[in-house]
Design a protein around this ligand. Structure first.
Ligand SMILES: Cc1cc2nc3c(=O)[nH]c(=O)nc-3n(C[C@H](O)[C@H](O)[C@H](O)COP(=O)(O)OP(=O)(O)OC[C@H]3O[C@@H](n4cnc5c(N)ncnc54)[C@H](O)[C@@H]3O)c2cc1C
Length: 365
């Protein structure tokens, strides 16, 4: 029987960050992930400088031997419509490859006890969690993404929740494809669906191309993705085509209907498992890190007594950090009719695009 104080389920940005902080505080932590790292993760890999600040990490240190694409502008508009180019003249964001980024964070967190193992069973016995019938833990930290087993344990009705559904792919372009691709690496493409329920993106990071589309309405995802890809192809942005490359994934945005319960006796949720992604842009990496850091503080302060009352401050801090409402003029707040109107009228306006769409929704400046 293996024993630990805290068992972290999932080694993505949330899990590795929380586990790293707990190890630093001297706790005995075991991290389980069903994958062995480095692993592929479906994601655009767009991050803001705030991610490096949250990680107390120097971007230049990260850049050594890894892909870190500087971003200084965006091409935006409605799918099929005219575009606006917003140039900031300075770095406002970065592109990373999750394959490298998540592996780097896991290694940096210096967790000695890690296992490539899927968590399949969680039972409560004699004051301990019994995980997969052979690991004992006092506290479970659920960082296993949207389908995390700890979220299920805390009552999440996975499959019946409001989610964002996305299809995406990332692949290395051939030298010929790189030459033909009309999208500049420092100026990615963000084009919205006409009903403003989602958007497609195309990022270049070195010779890697990442393209996808996410929507709050899951029903016609493939049609919207095809429309977007065709549009980009017509503009010369997608030289090799995408046949068979797209994969799908769902996750929760913060503040939607029926929020997940994030705290229970001897258990809490962080990252996508808690559903903390930004409701306007779908950005999930920074909120995952922030929730992980908040959770680690509360766990350390609980000083070994992980009853729900002692973990409840985490739920309160999540609420005060992420708030209960979204910024005004946010597409997640207004009705679909107003959204359509906003989309058609305002996305062709340079001021609105720079100050509201980019600065407020995406860059949170
Ligand atoms: C298509 C797409 C594009 C996105 N683009 C962006 C973007 O550009 N920028 C951004 O900020 N966010 C983006 N996001 C959101 C972002 O990917 C997530 O918010 C982020 O990965 C959440 O981190 P996490 O650590 O909570 O979970 P994850 O990164 O999902 O990590 C969870 C880990 O748990 C493991 N796991 C799951 N179940 C089990 C189990 N039963 N047992 C053991 N291990 C388990 C998994 O293998 C995985 O490694 C995107 C999401 C999608 C779907």
């Amino acid at each position: 029987m293996e024993t630990c104080e805290v068992l972290v389920v999932g080694g993505g940005p949330a899990g590795s960050t929380c586990a790293g902080k707990l190890v630093q505080a001297g706790l005995d932590v075991l991290l389980l992930d069903k994958e062995t790292f480095p692993r592929e993760k479906l994601c655009a890999g767009w991050i803001t400088p705030a991610v490096f600040a949250a990680l107390e990490l120097d971007a230049e240190e990260y850049r050594q031997g890894r892909v870190l694409q500087d971003i200084s502008g965006f091409r935006t508009g409605l799918i099929g419509g005219a575009e606006i180019v917003t140039d900031y003249g300075a770095i406002v964001s970065y592109g990373v490859r999750r394959y490298e980024f998540d592996h780097y964070l896991l290694q940096r967190s210096r967790i000695c006890r890690q296992l490539g193992q899927t968590v399949t069973t969680l039972d409560w016995k004699d004051g301990w969690w019994l995980v997969n019938k052979h690991i004992r833990a006092r506290l479970l930290v659920g960082a296993g993404g949207h389908f995390c087993p700890v979220a299920r344990l805390l009552g999440a009705s996975i499959g019946h929740e409001e989610v964002v559904a996305a299809q995406a792919t990332e692949y290395a372009m051939s030298p010929a494809e790189e030459q033909q691709c009309s999208v500049r690496p420092d100026t990615p493409v963000l084009f919205f669906c006409r009903d403003m329920k989602g958007y497609g993106w195309m990022f270049r990071k070195g010779n890697w191309l990442n393209i996808g589309l996410g929507r709050r309405d899951t029903h016609s995802l493939s049609r919207h993705t095809s429309d977007f890809c065709r549009f980009i192809e017509q503009q010369g942005g997608l030289p090799g085509g995408l046949t068979g490359r797209l994969r799908g994934h769902t996750y929760r945005l913060y503040g939607g209907e029926g929020r997940r319960r994030c705290v229970g006796d001897g258990a809490l949720l962080i990252g996508d498992a808690a559903g903390v992604a930004n409701p306007d842009s779908g950005e999930g990496i920074l909120p995952s890190l922030e929730s992980a850091l908040l959770a680690a503080e509360v766990i350390v302060a609980a000083n070994g007594d992980y009853r729900r009352d002692n973990l409840e401050p985490y739920a309160e801090r999540l609420k005060s950090h992420f708030g209960s409402s979204n910024p005004s003029l946010s597409p997640s707040q207004v009705s679909s009719q107003i959204s359509c109107y906003l989309g058609t009228k305002l996305l062709s306006n340079s001021w609105f695009t720079r100050h509201i769409v980019l600065n407020r929704w995406f860059l949170r400046r």
